[in-house]
Structures are given as structure tokens and as C-alpha cells.
Design a protein around this ligand. Structure first.
Ligand code: PRP
Ligand code: URA
Length: 211
């Protein structure tokens, strides 16, 4: 995993292999969901490696031991629709997370995201927020969510994505350099329709079969 200006890349051949399948245009919906689940678990897992832990004691059938346990209150905010693809793995890895949903859709002609839904759990002081959305393209959707979260008392906000563009990363870090971005890969650039190149096309459409 590389640390370049608060961007963390997953360096795992299984994640890269899954991503290769996602990129392949011949990958069908069933396969896309399968490989999406794999790569999403890897990036989510990386994003929680540095959560706060505390020592506590548990008893095995044979003796007592002192163990590290997750102390942080972790809130996952899924950006609809494509964020749903990351949520299943997140819930399995960390069943205790609280979950919020934000509905955003980019206008096809302007690529500007419009909000259609906003429902968050109570965010306590000191909570760690992970915003999940597989594609960080212009960064407009993420920026919208992070700006609105500024009123909350969370200790830290992290972004978890699958593919990030250099433009999206720059947009987020121009305003919020303290927000760490966890992703499987940084792709080359955006095209004139603000799609990521080489990318994988429209994540939501391919995941939900709406192509
Ligand atoms: C896609 C993607 C992100 C957003 C990224 O969603 O899932 O939410 O675009 O683009 P940005 O960084 O330029 O804002 P889309 O608007 O296609 O909606 P969907 O998830 O419902 O398909
Ligand atoms: N959203 C996607 O699903 N794909 C892109 O390339 C850009 C935004």
C-alpha cells in the first residue's frame, strides 16, 4: 500500500485481478457483482486498518487473553446507487457499523450531481465516517457529501472507492486535504463526458444490470 498525499492504494493481486474483470467489457452482470464484491472488501478492509482499538479481555474455553478490539464508532455512508455495491461486504466485515444513505445522480449532460435522498444515523462526537462510492470521477458527488457533513461532529472522514481519477482526488484534496482516500487504483484521466479512462464504464449500470 502506497501513501501519496493521503491517498492509499490497495496492493493486492487478488484485488487487481478482480478489478481486471470489472474493467473487461465482456464481464456480465453476475460476474460483475462477484468481482465487485471481492475488490470492495479489499479496499474497505484497508480503510479500517488504522481505526482506534482498545485492549480488552476475553476468555477462551482454556484461559483468559488480552486482545485488541475496535473502539471507534464507525459510520458508513453509501452514495446511491453504486455505493450499495460496497455495502454488502462492509456489513459482513463489520456487522456493527451504522449506515447512512445519500442519493445522488449526475446529470448526463453536465456531470453535476443532484441530491434526491439524505438519511443519516446520529453521528456522535468522535465518530469515524467512511463514505463509500466505487467511482471518484469529478469528485463532485463526494464533495457535496463531505461539505454537508461539516456540520457534524465526526472526528474523521475517509473516502473508500474502487477507481479514482486524478481530477477527483485533486478536487477533494483542494478543499479537504485531511480526508484520506482509499482506492484500488488511480486511473489516467476523465473523458469529455467526465467518465474515468480507462475505467470500467458506468459502475451502477453494470452492477444493477441497467445498461
Ligand atoms: C456515479 C458514481 C458516483 C458518481 C461519481 O454515479 O457511482 O456516485 O457517478 O461521479 P463524480 O465523482 O463525477 O461525482 P451516477 O451519478 O452515475 O449514479 P448511479 O450510482 O445511480 O449510477
Ligand atoms: N461514474 C461511473 O460509474 N463511471 C465513471 O467513469 C464516472 C462516473
Amino acid at each position: 500500500m502506497d501513501n501519496q498525499k493521503n491517498v492509499y492504494l490497495v496492493k493486492n493481486i487478488l484485488a487487481i485481478d478482480a478489478l481486471n474483470h470489472l474493467r473487461d467489457q465482456t464481464t456480465n452482470t453476475v460476474q460483475f457483482r462477484h468481482y465487485s464484491d471481492t475488490v470492495c472488501r479489499f479496499v474497505f478492509s484497508e480503510a479500517v486498518q488504522t481505526v482506534k482499538t482498545k485492549q480488552s479481555e476475553i476468555s477462551t474455553p482454556l484461559e483468559k487473553i488480552s486482545v485488541d478490539q475496535i473502539e471507534d464508532e464507525i459510520i458508513v455512508i453509501s452514495i446511491l446507487r453504486a455505493g450499495m455495491a460496497m455495502l454488502y461486504g462492509a456489513m459482513q466485515l463489520l456487522p456493527k457499523i451504522k449506515i447512512g444513505f445519500v442519493g445522488l445522480e449526475r446529470d448526463e449532460s453536465t456531470a453535476i450531481a443532484k441530491e434526491y435522498y439524505w438519511k443519516l444515523p446520529v453521528i456522535n462526537k468522535g465518530a469515524l465516517i467512511l463514505i463509500i462510492d466505487p467511482m471518484l470521477a469529478t469528485g463532485g458527488s463526494m464533495l457535496h457529501v463531505i461539505k454537508k457533513l461539516q456540520e457534524q461532529k465526526a472526528r474523521e472522514i475517509r473516502i473508500v472507492s474502487v477507481i479514482a481519477s486524478p481530477e477527483g482526488i485533486a478536487t477533494i484534496h483542494h478543499t479537504f486535504p485531511q480526508v484520506a482516500i482509499y482506492t484500488a487504483v488511480i486511473d489516467r484521466e476523465l473523458n469529455n463526458r467526465k467518465y474515468i479512462l480507462p475505467g470500467l464504464g458506468d459502475y451502477g449500470d453494470r452492477y444493477f444490470g441497467t445498461v
